[in-house]
Ligand binder design. Structure first.
Ligand SMILES: Cc1ncc(C[n+]2csc(CCOP(=O)(O)OP(=O)(O)O)c2C)c(N)n1
Ligand SMILES: [Mg+2]
Length: 326
């Protein structure tokens, strides 16, 4: 799939937007500014922007717990997402979803299921709806190597296949499910091989190479849109941070991290930009500065926004108090 120079520059900016958003979230969390629990996708930006590249308006995309970056490309603005992490009313979900449950159903961003596995069966409902409506849209579910071992995922794949649904199962093998190496939780090297059990195509690609991601998602999404049914696409990548912010990562070595840092998806795209003489290093710095200004503005927007207060604090949530019948 040919990606224009203009698009390469756009992808580069998008990857920096995600990287800087996540780095800022990491800093704010360490300072105790952000409430709750956060999982960051630093190092996994290529699969996110490469997947966005082939998503069309009307598609349904289920994200996981590590996908602020995917949400940023699915209709949630940096201001809205940052305010959501801060728990403010101006957040994408009025500050009540937080990092894990930020979503935008009107934009097809379905959000995350806190229980690993069920999302890969629920996605078939969206796929079925697209099939019945014959709208040319697809349903995409993104989940990790750890989640891929859940029984529900296999039920989901089987049903999608039996019903020939326009569903694409994207597995992100980032090396670990919390502290469990993906090499210890499965004996097969490529998790996409499981697709064969359900009679559907399975493909594994380099998740740190945005062009490889665009190629792989392009093929799978096209097949699903054209009635060719479901498939599995697996991306090999690595999370630079721990499972959650605060995880001291005793289960991995410094050498392993350093090896993956050299395969950083942003560095990979920079090499392409320089080799093809699309932009020079100075222009790259300008793009980074532009994205940094977006993140600074998002933080300011979040800090200046109010928390949900009074009755508003009790709307859109399930709550219990003494004497409550809810
Ligand atoms: C059914 C279930 N079991 C356990 C958990 C706890 N849990 C949350 S994230 C996670 C690891 C997920 O690993 P993976 O799917 O590889 O995604 P990653 O965190 O690497 O992005 C686990 C075990 C859960 N949420 N749901
Ligand atoms: Mg994982």
């Amino acid at each position: 799939m040919k990606v224009s120079n203009e698009d390469l520059i756009k992808l580069y900016g998008e990857m920096w937007l995600i990287r800087l958003f996540e780095q800022r979230a990491s800093d704010l969390f360490a300072k105790g500014v952000l409430p709750g629990f956060i999982h960051l996708g630093i190092g996994q930006e290529a699969f996110m922007v490469g997947t966005h590249y082939n998503i069309k308006a009307g598609d349904s995309v289920g994200t996981s717990h590590r996908e602020h970056g995917l949400l940023l490309g699915l209709g949630i603005t940096p201001n809205e997402l940052m305010a959501e992490l801060y728990g403010r009313v101006t957040g994408s979900n009025k500050g009540k979803g937080g990092s894990m449950h930020a979503c935008s159903p009107k934009n097809g961003a379905l959000g995350c299921n806190g229980i690993l596995g069920p999302a890969q069966t629920i996605i078939n409902g969206y796929g079925f709806a697209h099939k019945v409506r014959n709208d040319g849209n697809i349903a995409v579910t993104v989940f990790g190597d750890g989640a891929s071992n859940r029984g529900d995922v296999h039920e989901g794949m089987n049903l999608a296949s039996v019903m020939n649904l326009p569903v694409v199962f994207i597995i992100i093998d980032n090396g670990y499910g919390i502290s469990m190496s993906s090499k210890d939780s499965s004996v097969i090297a490529d998790l996409s091989a499981r697709a064969a059990s359900y009679g559907m195509p399975g493909l594994t690609a380099d998740g740190n190479d945005v062009l490889a991601v665009i190629e792989a998602t392009g093929e799978a999404f096209k097949r699903a849109r054209e009635g060719g049914g479901p498939s599995v696409v697996e991306f090999k990548t690595y999370r630079h941070r721990g499972h959650f912010e605060g995880d001291p990562t005793p289960y991995r070595t410094k050498e392993e991290l350093e090896m993956w840092m050299k395969k950083d998806p942003i560095l990979n795209l920079e090499k392409v930009l320089l080799e093809r003489e699309v932009i020079n290093e100075e222009q790259m710095k300008e793009i980074q500065a532009e994205q940094l200004a977006v993140i600074d503005a998002a933080q300011k927007f979040a800090e200046e926004s109010p928390f949900p207060e009074g009755p508003e604090g009790y709307e859109d949530v399930f709550y219990f108090y003494e004497g409550s019948d809810k």
